[in-house]
Design a protein around this ligand. Structure first.
Ligand code: MF3
Ligand code: CO
Ligand code: CO
Length: 291
């Protein structure tokens, strides 16, 4: 790996290379960086092989979301979405990571309107004007990838259009912060700024997460916070960014099923999620779709 003198130092210090390891007799090797991240933060920097595996899983996740997008319509139950996702996942030799995860009873999360996340597929019938988040996590060859989108059913009203477009842009501005030398906190800072400047609020109780060999790894990736806080981003880190944005207040409650998170004020909530890799120069989505 060739490091430019003005590029962030590969040791993860956050300083420019010329002001860091370039001046030392011995340039710190990547293996030291991996060990430092494992020891200090419990973060697993991914190998080339692991990244390739996650890329394959990511493509399957995106294909699954595309299939849902093609089929989702008014009159369908959320359980029918579950069946589509489950069968497609199995047909492709993968496993639905949600099924039985900490007791979750279905293969995908389907969250309608005021449901923020972790909606359990069931008898709820989708109707014209609903917004529906479908969150797919698959395991292929033991590598995880996680992504979600919020879909419109029929014709969205102005509120639905607003919360979905603000949330979509929140993922965009969050991903734009992903590059070596930036910090984890920069992502949440950018998202919170955008959401609040547009009169929306950021859910605090659920955050993005490291992913790859497990569903939820370190680090946690908050969608709020201060610039310059948290762990420096270094090449080979893989994590999700998955802002949950409310049209009203940020507060939530969890329903009696112990999973479904809904807005306390019953306002609309949307979410978009991708799994991203920190590269030498910036960000590569392992679950790429246009935002
Ligand atoms: N896919 C969700 C996430 O983005 C987690 C769902 S956990 C489940 O992290 F158990 F509800 F499926
Ligand atoms: Co997810
Ligand atoms: Co996730």
């Amino acid at each position: 790996m060739k490091t430019g003198r003005n590029k962030p130092c590969p040791c993860g210090s956050g300083k420019k290379y010329k002001k860091c390891c370039a001046r030392k007799k011995k340039v710190q090797l990547n293996v030291n960086l991996n060990k430092k991240y494992a020891d200090s933060y419990n973060i697993l920097i991914k190998t080339r092989e692991e990244i390739e595996g996650m890329r394959r899983t990511g493509l399957l996740v995106i294909e699954t979301l595309d299939l849902v997008e093609a089929k989702i319509k008014a009159g369908m139950t959320t359980d029918e979405i579950n069946t589509i996702v489950h069968e497609f996942t199995i047909e492709n030799g993968a496993i639905a990571a949600c099924l039985n995860y900490r007791g979750f009873p279905k293969s995908v999360c389907v969250s309608v309107n005021e449901v923020i996340c972790h909606g359990i597929p069931g008898d709820r019938v989708l109707k014209d004007g609903d917004i529906v988040n479908v969150d797919v996590t698959s395991i292929l060859n033991s590598y995880y990838a996680d992504a979600n989108k919020t879909f419109f059913i029929g014709k969205p009203d102005a509120n639905a259009r607003k919360i979905v477009s603000v949330t979509r842009e929140c993922l965009n501005v969050g991903m734009a912060q992903v590059k070596p030398g930036n910090k984890i906190g920069d992502i949440g800072w950018a998202i919170q700024q955008y959401a609040e400047n547009h009169g929306c609020s950021v859910v605090r109780e659920f955050v993005g997460h490291g992913i790859g060999l497990e569903f939820h790894e370190q680090p946690q990736v908050p969608h709020f916070g201060r610039k310059g806080e948290g762990v420096p981003l270094v090449p080979g880190m893989v994590f999700t960014i998955e802002p949950m944005i409310n049209l009203g207040e940020r507060h939530l409650k969890i329903l009696r099923d112990n999973w479904t998170a809904v807005t306390r004020d019953k306002s609309l909530s949307a979410q978009f999620e991708q799994t991203v890799l920190v590269t030498e120069t910036g960000c590569e989505s392992l679950t790429p779709y246009n935002i």
